[in-house]
Design a protein around this ligand. Structure first.
Ligand code: MOS
Length: 745
């Protein structure tokens, strides 16, 4: 039926939206301007716990340009979302200004709307709030958790097996709170038309955002539209709506004017989520030869007062290695902090830091190469899930390929034993994994009389190359070149598409686009046979073919056929379209019975200069098994970015709070340390590129998050190898390194 050209799939295709971004045409949420638009600036609480005694807005209201000050006493009804509704997931349980209780520093207590941003900013500073403070719980230690630990996964008798194991490891690993720092700030522009509202948003999921906002604002869902044409990333912080969206929407309704609310960077550290602090105890029992006998992973994570946010640190632990006796448990610990939110590789990234750091320490105890320890404990079936087969697992090969590229066999295990150019080298490795799923998706494909091909889907491009992947698949299916393909995303009015989350968009959208293209081609073929004047009028539909944009007879060469646009014109049609759907993996018999994950291996080299206590990550080799890679350029870019973030996680990133007020004291781009160009190692990315049959026709699993997994434990292993200092609390600091006894000779 349709002829396909394979070259575009798997081709390193530059982003089709690149020119619109570099030229400034691309409209991000805060770029939307409307006539008569007002500006909103929130006021944040300056205590971590207590109550508002008095909120005095009189001075603020006297200032020039001020239109309105909203707070808990006058915002009017806002609603919570239905608990457990997976289609309408909110970030926080509590709605904006729901009560006068303060539960964390920075909690919105008021919002000022004025003619200009400057006027609103000045007036926000003039809002006076008297608090009745209460003792805040900001403890960093998490041993005081309340409520039951939940058993996440269990098999065998891990405690008995650990007790009798000849070799034992029992260590606790800590990851700090980290803050999402996308370049683009969170913003919401609300514009009402009667009882309908359009929200121009920084959203990683316009469809979910619309459903949530309909519930929160108490509107019929058809009265809400959410638009996110471009995102300056999100890292998970923009998955679900935050309270400022409702604040902007209510203000715009009350004023009957469009309202723009953009958070500033400091607000981004306290009102829109973060990766919560975790404490993870790992127990490993093994034979003297290194075969795992017992694995216990007990984690705790911080959450806010009202939200039971579970970081899910045990996500990858149950299936990664073969071990007969295992248990993973988790519990949450409430603090006076804002709601946490998923951050790139949530659960698995902090969880694998602990597990893989434990595996590296166990290897040392056993005097076994850490690479060998991984290879000898590889799992060939999912022992956590009724021993079902893996859909496509090449974890061992990731390590083997990576070891070769890195030169692992040249490693000498003694601490401080490797030197280069007067520097001490440390080498470490760790494994990576991430879940794979296909989410439901609908895409509509249209052939247009202007010779262009259009695809529409209510998903969005978080910056990873989603626009480009859509165009690639459509070009692959139709033979139409990329410059004649329009991709329309980022609008909840489009057919329902998936969230840009969980590294799931690519794997989820491909089948829907392909099915939509097939359907639209069939309609063209039928049209050719039904259009009077067409050379195929009254032909059997199966005798009409479609190749590279041309309709032609089955036995006729495509060059002698007609362009689809000419057929549409002949039939007096502007366009012809069809919808295609992706069946989610959990409904697909081919995917239901297999265990779906991506895998990877990280090899890290650090350089240590003890004379000046300077440590840098100099080299990272990363090998990723993420199914078939649709766009190696965009995919490598994702992994490189994730590795850079991993350097930050290992050495730099931590949100530090003032223990009296809960204020993030390093809540700015100047003070919150992230890896920048000067910190970059040489990064070598390899994809194994095995299509995963359970993911459907294209076999792609997605690569947004897995590149971050395993980097931090490989760094701490390399740090130990170079310096002899075992760091079990991230990030590695100079205070840790100064304990090193390794000196230059
Ligand atoms: Mo990702 S943390 O699911 O945006």
């Amino acid at each position: 039926m349709s002829t396909t050209s394979d070259s575009i799939l798997g081709a390193a295709t530059p982003r089709i939206d690149g020119p619109s971004k570099t030229s400034g045409i691309a409209q991000y949420a805060a770029d939307f301007h409307f006539d008569n638009m007002a500006h909103a600036v929130p006021v944040g609480a300056t205590i971590a716990s207590g109550r508002i005694r008095r909120l005095d807005t009189s001075a603020a209201e006297q200032l020039p340009g001020v239109l309105l000050v909203l707070h808990h006493a006058n915002i009017g009804p806002l609603y919570r979302t239905v608990p457990g509704d997976d289609n309408a997931t909110n970030s926080e349980v509590r709605s904006a200004f729901e009560d006068d209780v303060i539960r964390h520093w920075g909690q919105h207590v008021a919002v000022v709307i004025a003619e200009t941003l400057e006027q609103a900013t000045a007036a926000a500073a003039a809002v006076k709030v008297d608090y009745e403070p209460e003792a805040a719980n900001l403890r960093t230690g998490l041993d005081d958790y309340t409520g039951a630990r939940k058993s996440v996964s269990k098999r065998g008798d891990p405690d008995a097996a650990f007790a009798s194991a000849p070799v034992k490891l029992d260590q606790t690993y800590i990851t700090p709170s980290e803050t999402h720092n996308p370049i683009e700030l969170h913003a919401s522009v609300a514009a009402w038309d009667g009882d309908r509202v359009t929200l121009y948003e920084t959203s990683q999921g316009v469809v979910n955002h619309r459903l949530v906002m309909a519930q929160v604002l108490g509107l019929p869902v058809e009265n809400v539209r959410v638009v996110t044409r471009f995102l300056g990333s999100g890292f998970g912080g923009k998955l679900f709506p935050w309270p400022h969206t409702a604040m902007a929407a209510v203000a715009a309704r009350k004023l009957n004017r469009p309202v723009k609310l953009s958070l500033n960077r400091r607000m981004m550290f306290s009102t829109v989520g973060y990766r919560p602090r975790t404490e993870q105890r790992i127990k490993l029992g093994a034979t003297k030869e290194g075969k795992l006998l017992a694995l216990r992973h007990d984690y705790l994570n911080v959450t806010s007062q009202l939200d039971d946010f579970n970081e899910g640190c045990g996500e990858a632990t149950p299936y990664l290695y073969s071990v007969a006796n295992l248990e993973v448990t988790g519990a949450v610990v409430h603090r006076n902090v804002g709601a946490p939110m998923w951050m790139r590789g949530p659960g698995a990234v902090p969880g694998l830091y602990a597990l893989e750091a434990g595996m590296n320490e166990l290897a040392e105890q056993l005097s076994i190469d850490p690479l060998q320890l991984r290879l000898m404990n590889d799992a060939d079936k999912d022992e956590a899930n009724n021993n079902i087969p893996f859909s496509s697992r090449h974890f061992k090969e990731c390590f083997q390929v990576g070891a070769k590229k890195f030169g692992w066999e040249k490693r000498t295990p003694a601490i401080g034993s490797m030197r280069r150019d007067g520097k001490i080298l440390g080498w470490g490795l760790a494994g990576a994994s991430w879940v794979a799923l296909r989410l439901p998706c609908t895409a509509s494909v249209e052939f247009c009389a202007n010779s262009r091909l259009c695809v529409r889907c209510g998903t969005q491009d978080i910056g990873t190359g989603t626009y480009t992947v859509f165009a690639q698949v459509l070009s692959h299916k139709t033979g139409i070149p990329l410059d004649r393909i329009d991709v329309i995303l980022g609008d909840s009015a489009l057919p329902d598409g998936p969230m840009s989350g969980g590294s799931m968009v690519t794997g989820s959208v491909l089948n829907a686009i392909a099915a939509g293209a097939d359907g639209a081609i069939q309609k063209l073929q039928k049209l050719a046979a039904a259009t009077d004047g067409s050379p195929y009028f009254n032909a059997k539909v199966e005798d009409v073919s479609f190749t590279q944009g041309r309709i032609h007879g089955k036995n006729q060469s495509p060059e002698n056929g007609m362009q689809f646009a000419d057929l549409l014109k002949m039939a007096r049609l502007n366009g012809i379209s069809a919808e295609g759907k992706t069946q989610p993996t959990w409904e697909d018999p081919k995917a239901k019975g297999v265990s779906l994950h991506s895998y990877g291996a990280q090899f890290v080299e650090v350089e240590w200069e003890p004379e000046i206590a300077r440590l840098r990550v100099s080299r990272v080799v990363t090998v990723i098994d993420a199914g078939r890679i649709i766009n190696p350029k965009a995919a490598a870019n994702q992994i490189e970015g994730a590795v850079v973030m991993g350097v930050g996680m290992g050495l730099l990133e931590e949100t530090i709070r003032d223990m009296r007020t809960g204020q993030p004291i390093n809540g700015s781009m100047a003070d919150y340390l992230m890896a920048t160009c000067a910190d970059l190692p040489d990064i070598d990315v390899t994809f194994l590129d095995y299509p995963d049959p359970a993911m459907g026709e294209f076999g792609a699993r997605g690569v947004g998050e897995i590149g971050l997994a395993g980097v931090a434990p490989a760094i701490t292993a390399a740090v130990y190898h170079a310096t002899g200092v075992r760091v079990r609390e991230l990030p590695v600091r100079i205070e840790h390194l100064l304990q090193s006894k390794v000196v230059e000779v």
